[in-house]
Design a protein around this ligand. Structure first.
Ligand code: ATP
Ligand code: MG
Length: 421
C-alpha cells in the first residue's frame, strides 16, 4: 500500500463532543472512522483493516470451537417476535417499521428468534444435537444514549452464536467450550481482560458471564479479588445507594483475597438461556424414546466493533494509538524522506517494500511529499508498531532508521532489517 494513493484522512483535532473518550478521538483523528449520524459510522480503509483482523480472530476461534457460520437476515418479521413474546416487551431499542404492505418488521438487535425458528424447522432428532451456530453481522439497537463512538453505537458489528442441546449437561459443556474460546480470542488479540459474573442469581454459579477489557474509561465498575480470578459487576454487591468504593478492602466473596475496584468495557457475554425460547417458540426435538423435548439453549455474543475501541482504550499514549501486533492495520511503515533528491531512496524503499510484502508482512510505504516530522507523527498516530525510515543516513551511509512505537531507534543496514523488526 502506498500512502500517497491510499485513503487515510487524518485530522489534527476533533470536536470536543467527540473527544469524551480517547478511543473515539483517536479513531477519528487517525482516519479509521467517520460519523454518519448519531451512533452510526462509516469504517474507512484503515479502520476496516483492524475490524477485519478482529473479525478473523473471532471467526478462527469459533471454527476451532466447532461452531458453524451462517448469515441471518438483519430485517426480521414481527410474527417471530410475537412467538417469543418480545415484540411488546423489548423497549424502544428495537427499531420497528412497516414495509409497503403495512407488515411489521424490526431491525435485528439480536437473533434468538430467527435462529430458534431455523433450528426448530430443520432439526428433528436429538441425534443432530448439540449444535452451535454463529454469525458475524451488523446489529441495530436504538440506544437511548449512543456515545463514545463505536463503543456504544446504534449500528455495530457483533459475533453472536446460539447453541442447542437435549440436556442441561450438554449445554454446560458447550458453555465451557465457548468460555475457553472467548478467553483464547482476547489472549490472541493481546488484551488485559477479566471474566466477570454477570447477574445476581449467578454469583457463585455461572449461568451468565461477561468478558471485560480493563480500561479507565470503562462504563462498568468491577469488583475484583487481589488474589484470585474472581470478578463481579460491582453493582451486584452494592446495597441501594452504596458507593462502589465502600467495597474496597472487603473480603472477596470467593473467600480468596480482598476486593479492589476497577473499570471495564464489556466486550463479550456468554449466557445459558435454558428453555426460555424453546418453550415460547415451541422448539422441540425427539429424544431417544421418541418423545418431543424442548431444547436447552445457550447464547454467546462478542462486540467486534467495540473491541477495536476497547483495544485503543488500553493501548495509547499522547502521540496516538499503540496497536497490539495481532490487530495492527499494518506491521510496518516504510517512510521515505527526500526521495526527490536521492533517487536511490525511491528505488531501495520500493525494493524493501516488495521483499517484506512477499515475506508476508503487511506494509504501508509512506511516499508522500512531506518531511520527517509529519510522517513520523502520522505513523505514531495510526499506531503502526515499527517504522523504517529512508533518509539522510541512507544517502550517506546506506543505513535505515528503525523506529519502534515505544520510541526506541536502531540504525540498520538493509540486509539486517528483517532480523531487527
Ligand atoms: P451493554 O450492557 O454494553 O449495553 P449488552 O448487555 O446489551 O451490552 P449483549 O446483548 O450481551 O450486550 O451483546 C453482546 C455484545 O455486543 C456486548 O458484550 C458488547 O460487546 C456488544 N454491544 C452491545 N451493545 C453494543 C453497542 N451499542 N455498541 C457496540 N457494541 C455493543
Ligand atoms: Mg445493551
Amino acid at each position: 500500500m502506498f500512502w500517497s494513493n491510499y485513503f487515510i484522512p487524518t485530522l489534527k483535532d476533533t470536536a470536543s463532543e467527540d473527544a469524551q473518550v480517547i478511543s473515539n478521538s483517536l479513531m477519528l483523528k487517525s482516519g479509521m472512522i467517520r460519523k454518519n449520524a448519531s451512533g452510526i459510522y462509516t469504517w474507512l480503509p484503515l479502520g476496516l483493516r483492524v475490524l477485519n483482523k478482529v473479525e478473523n480472530i473471532v471467526r478462527e476461534e469459533m471454527n476451532n470451537a466447532g461452531a458453524h457460520e451462517v448469515l441471518m437476515p438483519m430485517v426480521q418479521p414481527k410474527d417471530l417476535w410475537n412467538e417469543s413474546k418480545r415484540w411488546d416487551k423489548f423497549g424502544p431499542e428495537l427499531l420497528r417499521f412497516k414495509d409497503r404492505h403495512d407488515r411489521d418488521f424490526c431491525l435485528g438487535p439480536t437473533h434468538e428468534e430467527v435462529i430458534t425458528d431455523l433450528i426448530k424447522n430443520n432439526v428433528k432428532s436429538y441425534k443432530e444435537l448439540p449444535l452451535n451456530i454463529y454469525q458475524i453481522q451488523t446489529k441495530f439497537r436504538d440506544e437511548i444514549r449512543p456515545r463514545y463512538g463505536v463503543m456504544r453505537s446504534r449500528e455495530f458489528l457483533m459475533k453472536d452464536s446460539y447453541s442447542f442441546h437435549l440436556s442441561e449437561e450438554s449445554l454446560e459443556e458447550t458453555y465451557q467450550i465457548m468460555r475457553n474460546a472467548y478467553s483464547k480470542i482476547f489472549e490472541r488479540i493481546g488484551l488485559d481482560f477479566k471474566i466477570v459474573k454477570a447477574d445476581s442469581g449467578a454469583i457463585g454459579g455461572d449461568k451468565s458471564e461477561e468478558f471485560h477489557v480493563l480500561a479507565e474509561n470503562g462504563e462498568d465498575t468491577l469488583a475484583v479479588s487481589d488474589k484470585s480470578d474472581y470478578a463481579v459487576n460491582a453493582e451486584l454487591l452494592l446495597e441501594n445507594g452504596q458507593d462502589s468504593k465502600s467495597l474496597v478492602g472487603q473480603e472477596s466473596p470467593d473467600g480468596n483475597g480482598l476486593l479492589e475496584i476497577t473499570k471495564g468495557i464489556e466486550v463479550g457475554h456468554i449466557f445459558q438461556l435454558g428453555k426460555l425460547y424453546s418453550e415460547n417458540m415451541n422448539a422441540t426435538v425427539l429424544d431417544d424414546s421418541g418423545k418431543a423435548k424442548n431444547m436447552h439453549m445457550g447464547c454467546y455474543g462478542i462486540g467486534i466493533s467495540r473491541i477495536v475501541a476497547a483495544a485503543i482504550e488500553q493501548n495509547f499514549d499522547d502521540k496516538g494509538i499503540i496497536w497490539p501486533k495481532s490487530i495492527s492495520p499494518f506491521d510496518l511503515n516504510i517512510i521515505t524522506i527526500g526521495a526527490d533528491k536521492d533517487k536511490n531512496i525511491e528505488a531501495s524503499s520500493r525494493k524493501l517494500y516488495k521483499e517484506l510484502t512477499q515475506k508476508g508482512f503487511e506494509v504501508v510505504l509512506d511516499d508522500r511529499d512531506d518531511g520527517f516530522g509529519k510522517k513520523i507523527k502520522d505513523s505514531e498516530l495510526i499506531g503502526v508498531p515499527v517504522s523504517i525510515v529512508f533518509g539522510k543516513n541512507f544517502t550517506d551511509h546506506k543505513k535505515v532508521e528503525i523506529i519502534f512505537r515505544n520510541g526506541e531507534k536502531v540504525a540498520s543496514a538493509l540486509n539486517e532489517v528483517e532480523e531487527i523488526i
